[in-house]
Design a protein around this ligand. Structure first.
Ligand code: HEM
Length: 512
């Protein structure tokens, strides 16, 4: 009986698969028929149904470099039936994000991302302009960032204090001045998650100061689940039959993740509404305050979508370049020493570094720029989609085409950058690289609205770590800088380091 059921089960899967395969082939043929008179950019040979999906190996930006090297600075690909262009020259990227910016201002709607109304996922529309304006003007403007600097400073103080304490606990007379091993990725990820949650909602997700342990644990699982699922290239996004069958359970997991995040944030908004705003200055409170005058503009749904966007868009993105910068500094101890000398001269050792110190720490800024040039957080930016047919370099790009700008490749262009593969923060000193094309935060209408916050945060975290502690590699070998794949561009091996508090900072570390 069981075997019979199994056979029927297999038979029905085969029928569904054949049926859906037929639909996919028909869609692809229709697409090719409709577009075969258009002059499309060069393209490698495509397979039926899959198009060029079979060529896409991880990390994707490296596969696309190979394709661009063979076919030119603008290439055309089909991800199953979804058209895409790959741009790998700064001249074309500049064109796409200036004269064609409005035409390319939609987002690719991926079905595995089940929140189409976040700032980063919504198509260009009055709704998107509305939520984007709230984020840029009311929450992430310089004035607002100035008002929230204490929150960031508190979290960073807390982190250096924890590092100091856990080092002290393991130090003893038999091993004075010893270096302690640290999971750097975990430490920085938890810090940036806590900073974003504190800025948005006044709650932490990690550490011993969390309030509702069980609920926080569930929310944490949902958020990290979202990063994992969004970071995996989900074939389900391109082949409808796989989406329906959901053999890997991706759609089911994403549904759970979405529900938990939406419910939790909704609950936080309700709590803030009931408790009144008081002295807190969180982003949710600010939106509730503004909503008192205009509820339509600040409905719970709008507040929820903005809060979720900023949490997902602002945490891993900021943690990732701090990890890369530390890895690069450990492999380039001269640059680490130069940054330390600058901090000691400008900030000293009688107080912890502040955000406003960044104006006097140009070398630290050069380190951050060089890190973002070599290892941009989003090597292909976040895919845009064309809202209409566009003509680029004589090619006709159909409406609904995904735009992948390979800024990783462009930012290493030997025509623009001397020794492009080398970590040389000095190339940014004294405005020496002014005018050279770089866009780690994107360009145009969909450019990252969190750039100013990210720059403040990265400078402060990296600066505090360099000011307070000595850093070493695990052994004599260089840190392995191989790239992994994910939502952001990660180091393939999570960074682990050795650290110890600097003697001259002991008084400060005891106070914070
Ligand atoms: C080093 C840190 C960061 C980097 C490198 C970065 C980079 C980017 C990039 C490349 C994009 C896509 C631009 C495009 O589509 O052309 C983007 C979009 C976005 N980022 Fe960031 N980001 C960072 C931090 C942040 C922070 C801290 C926030 C907010 C708290 C944030 C919020 C957003 C949002 C909301 C979008 C979507 C914009 C839209 O679609 O209209 N990001 N970011």
């Amino acid at each position: 009986m069981a075997e019979l059921l199994h056979m029927i089960d297999n038979l029905s899967v085969n029928i569904i698969v054949s049926f859906l395969l037929l639909i996919s082939i028909t869609t692809l043929l229709n697409y090719l028929r409709k577009n075969n008179k258009k002059k499309l950019p060069p393209s490698p040979p495509a397979l039926p149904v899959l198009g060029h999906l079979h060529l896409l190996k991880k990390p994707l930006h490296h596969t696309l470099i190979d394709i661009s090297n063979r076919h030119g600075p603008i290439t055309f690909l089909l991800f199953a039936a979804r058209p895409a262009i790959i741009i790998s020259s700064h001249i074309l990227a500049e064109q796409c994000f200036t004269i064609h910016d409005l035409s390319f201002s939609n987002r690719v709607q991926l079905s595995s991302v089940m929140m189409p109304n976040l700032i980063g996922t919504a198509n260009y529309s009055p709704y998107w302009r509305h939520v984007r304006q709230i984020a840029s003007v009311e929450l992430l403007s310089n004035q607002q960032l100035q008002a929230s600097l204490e929150t960031r400073a508190e979290e960073i103080k807390d982190m250096v204090h924890q590092l100091f304490q856990s080092h002290k606990m393991h130090e003893n007379s038999e091993r004075p001045n010893y270096f302690r091993r640290l999971d750097f990725r975990k430490t920085i990820f938890e810090l940036t998650m806590n900073i974003m949650m504190m800025l948005i909602a006044g709650k932490r997700l990690y550490g011993d100061k969390i309030e509702d342990v069980e609920e926080t644990q569930k929310f944490r699982e949902a958020v990290t689940g979202w990063f994992e699922l969004s970071g995996a290239a989900n074939v389900e996004d391109f082949i409808p039959l796989l989406r329906i069958l959901d053999l890997q359970g991706v759609m089911k997991k994403m549904k759970w993740v979405t529900e938990v995040m939406e419910e939790t944030v909704q609950k936080i908004i309700k709590e803030h509404r009931q408790e009144g705003i008081g002295n807190r200055k969180t982003m949710i409170d600010r939106m509730l305050e503004l909503g008192k005058k205009d509820y339509e503009k600040y409905s719970d749904l709008v507040i929820r979508n903005i809060a979720i966007t900023l949490l997902l868009g602002g945490s891993e993105t900021s943690a990732n370049p701090i990890e890369w910068a530390m890895a690069l500094l450990l492999n380039n101890p001269d640059a680490l020493q130069k940054a330390r000398t600058e901090i000691d001269a400008q900030v000293g050792n009688q107080r912890l570094i502040k955000e406003s110190d960044s104006n006097h720490l140009p070398y630290l800024e050069c380190i951050i720029s060089e890190t973002l040039r070599l290892y941009p957080v989003a090597p292909l930016l976040v895919p845009h989609e064309s809202r209409e047919e566009i003509s680029i370099e004589g090619y006709e790009i159909p409406k609904g085409t995904m735009l992948l700008a390979n800024i990783y490749q462009i930012q290493r262009d030997p025509e623009i950058w001397e020794e492009p593969m080398k970590f040389k923060p000095e190339r940014f000193q004294d405005g020496r690289s002014n005018g050279k094309w770089m866009a780690p935060f994107g360009m145009g209408r969909r450019k990252c609205p969190g750039e100013a916050l990210a720059m403040r945060q990265m400078g402060l975290v990296l600066g505090a770590l360099i000011q307070c502690f000595d850093w070493e590699r695990l052994g004599s070998e260089l840190v392995d800088l191989s790239e992994g794949s994910g939502l952001t561009l990660p180091l393939a091996t999570p960074l682990e380091v050795m650290y110890r508090p600097r003697h001259i900072m002991t008084d400060i570390l005891l106070q914070v």
